[in-house]
Design a protein around this ligand. Structure first.
Ligand SMILES: [Ca+2]
Length: 223
């Protein structure tokens, strides 16, 4: 039994994107996961296991949702613009990075946020560990047409930011100067009540000018 979509890719690189049965080490039983496969060199090439889909408003996956910290699941494994937190979130160990697609304003764009060398864990563990990614602000901004981030990157990866300031479960947080009070982000599961997933840059803050929030819908997978 494959432990992840990457195992399926390695056994057959021409596998079709679909739902497969996998059983990561430590899982009591096999379960369904949606796998998408990308040919070519790392980090993109390989099998990517879907872990969640998250919208903006309404959302089950705002920053304060307990789904980010518990084993609870909801939604369908089948892809589509409906929110879900899948079994793979809790169980599939990622070694390479996170792939994120965001649909906003009728466009869908994607990228890989790579881990630094040596980083690994389930999505749940990576959150608990505040793990970092290093795609960079240009790549994050490329996910959403017309998006805007302040010039100073304050953090990128899992559980970025500190209360009571702006935070994001997975994404990039930015500020105009010293990151004391970040006012902009692109990502999934933010503490901004207006846009949980997508791009927010508070237009009353320095470096945000007149651009408003851009809500999005995100598809997140790991490898
Ligand atoms: Ca600020």
């Amino acid at each position: 039994m494959p432990q992840s979509c990457d195992d399926i890719f390695n056994a057959n690189p021409s596998s079709a994107d679909s739902i497969y049965m996998i059983q990561p080490a430590g899982s009591a039983a096999p379960f369904e996961a949606f796998c998408s496969f990308v040919s070519g060199p790392q980090p993109a090439g390989g099998g990517w296991t879907a872990v969640l889909r998250a919208g903006s408003s309404p959302t089950m996956l705002g920053y304060d949702s307990t789904y980010w910290t518990t084993d609870d699941l909801f939604g369908s494994v089948s892809p589509g613009e409906t929110e879900a937190k899948m079994m793979a979130f809790n169980t599939v160990v990622a070694h390479v990075g996170v792939r994120i697609f965001i649909t906003a304003g009728g466009q869908t764009n994607g990228m890989i946020a790579p881990f630094t060398s040596g980083t690994s864990g389930t999505f749940k563990d990576l959150l608990a560990n505040h793990a970092k990614t290093n795609a960079g602000s240009t790549a994050w901004a490329g996910l959403i047409a017309g998006s805007r981030l302040q010039t100073s990157t304050c953090g990128e990866g899992f559980n970025v930011g500190t209360s009571p300031n702006l935070r994001v479960r997975f994404g990039l947080l930015a500020d105009d100067s010293n990151c004391g009070i970040p006012d902009s982000f692109i990502g999934v599961g933010s503490s901004d009540g207006g846009v949980a997933t997508g791009n927010a840059c508070n237009y009353s803050s320095a470096g945000c000018a007149t651009t408003g929030d851009i809500p999005g819908f995100a598809y997140v997978s790991v490898r």
